[in-house]
Write a protein that binds this ligand. Structure first.
Ligand code: NAD
Length: 266
C-alpha cells in the first residue's frame, strides 16, 4: 500500500486527486491538508460519505503524524516550494502538479533530492494528450521554426503563462534554437499584444475565461501553410491517470524528475 497525503485537498485539483487515490488499488489516503474547512471529513468533501480522514491545515504536523510515503501537491505558486522542501526533510516523496516554480527552485529541489536520495516528480501537466502535444510540437519545430503558443485556461488560474506553455517553449527551443518571430521593427500599440516573449524568441499568449479548463495550441507557420497542434483538457479527470502513475513511479525513484514525459516515453 502506498500511503498518500494530498496537499491543497479542498481545491479543484485536490478534490479530484482525493477521488482518484481513494479508488486506486494499492493506494491508501492517509491525510489531507488545506487552509480552508479544517476538520471536515474529506469523504464528505468529495461526496462519498465519511471515511475518517479530517482535513487539516498544518502540513508538517500531518506529515509527522501520518508518515505518508508520497505527498501530492496541488496548491499554489507561493507555497509549493516550501511544501516540497518540508516533504523532503521528512523523506516523503513529492508528486507536484502545482505550476509556477522557477528554474532556481527546481534546481534547488533537484539538489535536495540528490542529497537525500529521495524521488520527486514535478509535472506541469499530467494529461497524456498534453505530453504528446509537446512531443509532436518539438518534432515539428525541427522543420517549421516559426511558432507561437496560445494557452487558454479558466479565469481563476493564478500564474501566466501556464507551466505547460513554458515546458513546451523550453522543449521547442532545445530542438530549434533561437529564432525571432515577427518583424524586428514591429510596434505593439497595446503593451503585451504580441504576448510574452520566452527565451529563444517564442511568443506565448495567455487567455483566461470562465468555461475553459486547460487548453493549448501550438501554431506553426510555413510558406503557404500553417500547422496547429492542439490539446484540450475538458475535465480535471484528464490529469488523474498521470497523477496515479506518478505516485506509483515515484516510489522507485531516488532522483528528481521534471515532466511526466521522462517517465512515460522513456
Ligand atoms: P485551487 O485554487 O482550486 O486549489 C488550490 C488549493 O490549495 C486551495 O484549496 C487552497 O486553499 C489550497 N492551499 C493554498 N495554500 C495552501 C497551503 N499552504 N497548504 C495547503 N493548501 C493550500 O487551484 P487548482 O485549480 O486546483 O490548481 C492548483 C494548482 O495545480 C495550480 O498551480 C494549477 O496551475 C495546477 N494545475 C496543474 C495541473 C497539472 O497537470 N500539473 C493541472 C491543473 C492545474
Amino acid at each position: 500500500m502506498i500511503r498518500v497525503l494530498v496537499s491543497g485537498a479542498a481545491g479543484r485539483m485536490g478534490q479530484e486527486v482525493l477521488r482518484a487515490v481513494h479508488k486506486t488499488e494499492g493506494m491508501e489516503l492517509v491525510g489531507a491538508v488545506d487552509l480552508i474547512k479544517e476538520d471536515v471529513d474529506i469523504g464528505t468533501l468529495i461526496g462519498i460519505g465519511e471515511i475518517g480522514i479530517p482535513l487539516k491545515n498544518d502540513l508538517e504536523e500531518v506529515i509527522a503524524t501520518v508518515k505518508p510515503d508520497v505527498i501530492v501537491d496541488f496548491t499554489n505558486p507561493d507555497v509549493v516550494f516550501n511544501n516540497v522542501k518540508l516533504a523532503l526533510k521528512y523523506g516523503v516523496r513529492p508528486v507536484v502538479g502545482t505550476t509556477g516554480m522557477g528554474r532556481k527552485e527546481l534546481t534547488e529541489i533537484e539538489g535536495l533530492c540528490q542529497s537525500a536520495g529521495v524521488g520527486c516528480i514535478v509535472a506541469p501537466n499530467f494529461a497524456i494528450g498534453a505530453l504528446l502535444m509537446i512531443k509532436f510540437a518539438t518534432e515539428a519545430a525541427k522543420y517549421l521554426p516559426h511558432v507561437e503558443i496560445i494557452e487558454l485556461h479558466h479565469d481563476q488560474k493564478i500564474d501566466a503563462p501556464s507551466g505547460t506553455a513554458i515546458k513546451t517553449a523550453e522543449s521547442i527551443v532545445q530542438t530549434r534554437g533561437d529564432f525571432r518571430q515577427g518583424l524586428a521593427t514591429e510596434i505593439e500599440k497595446i503593451p503585451g499584444a504580441r504576448g510574452g516573449e520566452f527565451e529563444g524568441g517564442i511568443r506565448i499568449h495567455s487567455v483566461r475565461l470562465p468555461g475553459y479548463v486547460a487548453h493549448q495550441e501550438v501554431i506553426f507557420g510555413g510558406v503557404g501553410q500553417t500547422l496547429t497542434i492542439r490539446h484540450d483538457s475538458i475535465s480535471r479527470e484528464s490529469f488523474m491517470p498521470g497523477v496515479v502513475l506518478a505516485v506509483q513511479k515515484v516510489m522507485y525513484l531516488d532522483r528528481f524528475v521534471y515532466g511526466l514525459e521522462n517517465i512515460l516515453f522513456e
